[in-house]
Write a protein that binds this ligand. Structure first.
Ligand code: SF4
Ligand code: SF4
Length: 132
């Protein structure tokens, strides 16, 4: 990971349709039980190698809804494994797909200080000055 969807999600389905690796599930399949769409951090690759920017955030109409989360790497094992915001899926033989089992690609150009709750991927457009 990844990116994370917050409770301003209006369940419009756009991000799910736009994710190139099928990392997003809808509100009825959110494994945490919350009534919003959910990015599976164990699947999200931050669109690395496919697009220049996260396609989920690019299309989301609820600006600010999608934030940069910590990287899905061993250093952040506790963040993803000991947090009610996530419910990490298991492999066919029952192993949790934790960061230590399976690290994911992430955007090197997004430093740690730009990651965390409220660190929006898509920013509000700057107000346009009125012409004339
Ligand atoms: S950042 Fe890319 S890979 Fe991750 S959930 Fe969004 S669209 Fe999918
Ligand atoms: S595009 Fe945004 S508002 Fe729509 S379902 Fe995804 S996160 Fe929610």
């Amino acid at each position: 990971m990844s990116v994370i969807i917050d409770d301003t999600c209006i369940t419009c389905d756009a991000c799910l349709q736009n994710c190139p690796v099928n990392a997003i599930v809808d509100d009825s399949h959110n494994p945490t039980g919350e009534s919003r769409y959910y990015v599976q951090p164990e699947k999200c690759v931050e669109c690395v190698g496919i697009y220049d920017d996260p396609q989920c955030a690019a299309i989301c109409p609820s600006i600010g809804c999608i934030s940069w989360d910590l990287t899905y790497t061993k250093d952040n094992e506790a963040h993803f494994m000991e947090n009610d915001l996530y419910a990490i899926s298991k492999t066919a033989n029952g192993k949790v797909k934790s960061p230590s089992l399976r690290e994911k690609k992430y955007r090197n150009d997004i430093p740690n200080e730009m990651r965390g709750v409220g660190k929006e991927v898509q920013e509000e457009p700057e107000e346009m000055n009125e012409a004339g």
